[in-house]
Design a protein around this ligand. Structure first.
Ligand code: SF4
Ligand code: SF4
Length: 404
C-alpha cells in the first residue's frame, strides 16, 4: 500500500472516533488531539511524558453521605476501610513542588484538580487552599470539585484566582436531605440553601474582582427521585450566578434510571431547562450522558481487561499521598504506585514499580467502571496504538495533523 492510501485509511479510522466526539457534549477525543497534541505525539512515539493533569484527593472523609457514593459505605464503617488522610499542612508542599518541578521530555504537568472519590477537598481547608495558592503562583491551571458546603467567604480570596469551581449539587430543595445527608437530624433545607448561598456569594465576589477568570459550574447526578427537581434546581442555580449545570447518570449503577419513567421525565426536564434557561455566554446546560448512553449503559463500556492508556494522561494522588492508576482506584484495595509525599512526583511517575503495575492494569485496576473521560478515550487511544503498530508513528501523526 502506498503512503497516500495508508494515510487515507488512518484518517478514515480516526475520523470515525473524532466525528462521534464532535457530536458528543464532551469531545474528549478531540480535546486530546487539539489541546494535548504534544502529549499525544509522545504517546504515539512511545517516549516518556508526564500526565497533563493531576487530580489530588485531599481527603477520604466527607461531611455528606450521598446515596450513590462509595463514601456512604465508608462513613458508615460497615463494609470497607477508607484510605488514610495523610496529607498535612507540613507535607502538602512536597506533593505540590513535585508536580511543579516535574518535567519529562520537554513537557510539564499543566493542570491540577482538587477533588475526591470518597472525600471532600475543603475538609482539610487550610491545606487545600495553601496548595492551590502555590500552584496558581506557578502558573498551573487549577480547579476544584466540591460539594459546596464549606465554600464560604474564607475561601474566596483563593478561589477567585483559580480557573474553575465545580459544585456537586446533585439534588433539589426537596431531595437534598434525603439523598445527601445522614438523617441524624430532622429534615431541613438548610444544607441545600447553604450551597446555593455559597455559589451566590462566590459569584458576587467574582463580579467585584477585576478580570476574574473563574468559572462556576454545577454538577447534578440524576437518579430516580431527584429527576423531578432538574428544572427547578437549574433555575435556582442560574439565579445564584453559576455559569453552567451538567447532568450525568449514576455510573456506579446503584440507581436504575431506566426502570419506570424516570429517564424520560429526567430528559423532559433537561430539554425544558435548555429551552427556557440556556443563554449564550451566561448559562449553559449539558448532559454528559445521552438518553441512549444511559439505556445501553454506554458509560461503562471500557473494560480494564483491554488495558488502559487513560492512566498515562491523567494521574491521581489519593488522600494517603500515593499515586494511583486513576481517580476510581483511590479506594480500599486500590494498588498504590508510589508515595509522592516522600518521593518526588517525577521519580514515582518514572519508577519501575509504576511501569510494572500500570502495564498489568488488567490485574491491578480495582474498579469496574472507568471515569467518563477514561471510558471514551481508551477506545481512541487503543486505535491509535494499533494504527501506529501497523503504519508507523510518522504516518499516524501526519494523518492526525490533517484531520485536527
Ligand atoms: S459529596 Fe462527594 S464524596 Fe461526599 S458523600 Fe457525596 S459523592 Fe461522596
Ligand atoms: S478504571 Fe481507571 S485504571 Fe481502570 S481501566 Fe478505567 S481508567 Fe483505567
Amino acid at each position: 500500500m502506498n503512503g497516500d492510501a495508508a494515510k487515507s485509511e488512518i484518517k478514515a479510522s480516526l475520523e470515525s472516533y473524532l466525528s462521534i466526539a464532535k457530536d458528543a457534549t464532551f469531545a474528549y477525543e478531540r480535546f486530546l488531539v487539539i489541546k494535548k497534541r504534544k502529549y499525544l505525539d509522545s504517546f504515539i512515539d512511545q517516549i516518556p511524558f508526564p500526565p497533563f493533569e493531576v487530580e489530588i484527593q485531599m481527603s477520604s472523609k466527607c461531611n455528606l453521605e450521598c446515596s450513590w457514593c462509595i463514601g456512604d459505605e465508608v462513613q458508615l464503617g460497615k463494609k470497607v476501610l477508607n484510605l488514610s488522610n495523610s496529607i498535612t499542612n507540613d507535607n502538602v508542599d512536597n506533593i505540590v513542588e513535585g508536580i511543579i518541578s516535574c518535567e519529562i521530555g520537554g513537557l510539564r504537568i499543566e493542570a491540577v484538580k482538587f477533588s475526591g472519590f470518597i472525600g471532600e477537598p475543603l475538609l482539610p481547608k487550610a491545606e487545600t487552599l495553601k496548595a492551590m495558592q502555590r500552584l496558581v503562583g506557578a502558573g498551573k491551571r487549577v480547579g476544584l470539585f466540591t460539594n459546596g458546603m464549606l465554600m464560604g467567604p474564607d475561601t474566596w480570596d483563593t478561589l477567585l484566582n483559580i480557573d474553575y469551581v465545580h459544585v456537586s449539587l446533585d439534588a433539589g430543595p426537596s431531595t437534598y436531605y434525603w439523598l445527601k445527608e445522614s438523617k441524624k437530624s430532622p429534615f431541613s433545607n438548610d444544607s441545600f440553601d447553604k450551597v446555593l448561598e455559597n455559589i451566590r456569594g462566590l459569584n458576587e465576589a467574582r463580579k467585584s474582582k477585576h478580570n476574574c477568570q473563574l468559572k462556576i459550574n454545577v454538577g447534578y447526578v440524576v437518579i430516580p427521585g431527584n429527576h423531578n427537581e432538574i428544572y427547578h434546581s437549574s433555575r435556582l442555580v442560574k439565579e445564584a450566578g453559576a455559569d453552567s449545570i451538567r447532568f450525568k447518570c449514576d455510573i456506579g449503577g446503584k440507581h436504575d434510571l431506566v426502570r419506570g419513567k424516570a429517564l424520560d421525565h429526567a430528559f423532559e426536564q433537561i430539554y425544558k431547562a435548555e429551552r427556557e434557561l440556556k443563554e449564550e455566554d451566561v448559562f449553559s446546560i449539558s448532559a454528559i450522558h445521552s438518553k441512549n448512553d444511559v439505556k445501553s449503559k454506554k458509560y461503562s463500556l471500557w473494560q480494564c481487561l483491554n488495558g488502559c492508556d487513560y492512566q498515562h494522561f491523567l494521574a491521581t494522588v489519593g488522600s494517603d499521598g500515593n499515586l494511583y492508576l486513576c481517580d476510581h482506584n483511590t479506594m480500599p484495595g486500590g494498588i498504590p504506585l508510589g508515595n509522592v509525599i516522600d518521593i518526588p512526583f517525577k521519580s514515582v511517575w518514572e519508577s519501575d514499580r509504576r511501569n510494572y503495575l500500570s502495564e498489568g492494569v488488567k490485574y491491578t485496576c480495582q474498579c469496574k467502571v472507568c471515569p467518563p473521560f477514561g471510558n471514551r478515550v481508551n477506545f481512541f487511544l487503543k486505535e491509535l496504538r494499533e494504527l501506529t503498530e501497523k503504519y508507523g508513528a510518522e504516518l499516524v501523526k501526519n494523518a492526525l495533523s490533517d484531520i485536527a
